[in-house]
Design a protein around this ligand. Sequence first.
Ligand SMILES: *[C@@H]1O[C@H](CO)[C@@H](O)[C@H](O)[C@H]1NC(C)=O
Ligand SMILES: *[C@@H]1O[C@H](CO)[C@@H](O)[C@H](O)[C@H]1NC(C)=O
Ligand SMILES: *[C@@H]1O[C@H](CO)[C@@H](O)[C@H](O)[C@H]1NC(C)=O
Length: 264
Amino acid sequence: MELPSLLLCILLKVSAVGCQVLAQERIVGGYVPVPHSIKYIVSIQTTDRQHFCGGFLINKFWVITAAHCNIGLNRMVMVAGDYSLTVYEGTEQEIQPQILLPHPDYNSVTNNSDIMLIKLRAPVFLNSYISVVLLPRQDATIAEGKMCRVSGWGYTAPSGGQIPSTLRTVTLPIVSMEKCNSSDSFNGSITESMLCAGYSLGGKDACQGDSGGPLVCNGRAYGVVSWGKGCAEAQFPGVYTAVSKFRKWIDETIFSYYSRCHTN
Ligand SMILES: *[C@@H]1O[C@H](CO)[C@@H](O)[C@H](O)[C@H]1NC(C)=O
Ligand SMILES: *[C@@H]1O[C@H](CO)[C@@H](O)[C@H](O)[C@H]1NC(C)=O
Ligand SMILES: *[C@@H]1O[C@H](CO)[C@@H](O)[C@H](O)[C@H]1NC(C)=O
């Protein structure tokens, strides 16, 4: 499946029949978490308030998402403190992006370096509904079989009728690079800066609309939802951007913006 068409599909609210084959259960096989228990996640929306990607707060001025979620600065808004996308809960904070910084090495063919930093126009107010998530250290690894949590607001299949709006979450084991890159699976398309998570029998996975959201292991965001083959298919785990490979870039980029700020 091609991401641009998927994205378009999602932007079209998954209403057209043509989107039917592309739209899948969001967070397949997961469950609804306790409201506001996942405080670092943000919904990234179009200016007409259609959710299309997830993201996560790493401090009150910065969000991380996938580079393939970049639809342009003036077309995006973010909502922190959200749970149900359709119900106003009074906990939401709308945050405007000021600068989009997709990774300079992002390659939409190989899906490599699928990570983007978003600087916010104004700081988000951290409270009991909104907080940040820690990041792994540069090059930190996570063992095969380690359980991690991925969350998001992807869309359901049109055949399912309504588009439910509450956040969902699922826990998945990390799959080894060797298994994920093997000819039984992604056959050589997995790079050192990707991470795989899922069950060999499938059934649980992130899906389109969950893109950009965090895969959290040991309380740290090790992955960014990036790509896959369909959703929750046997032998094909979800593929995530390995955040630990970009920790230096993240720190240096953020630091350079703060220094710039101080010299102004
Ligand atoms: C990149 O991701 C898309 C799914 O979004 C997939 O179809 C494609 O095969 C991936 N590219 C490579 C080289 O694996
Ligand atoms: C895996 O990739 C190799 C080399 O690109 C190719 O020759 C082979 O047909 C692929 N195998 C499968 C199962 O797709
Ligand atoms: C995956 O396989 C390809 C082709 O054999 C190889 O070039 C690449 O380095 C492998 N990725 C990892 C992370 O080992």
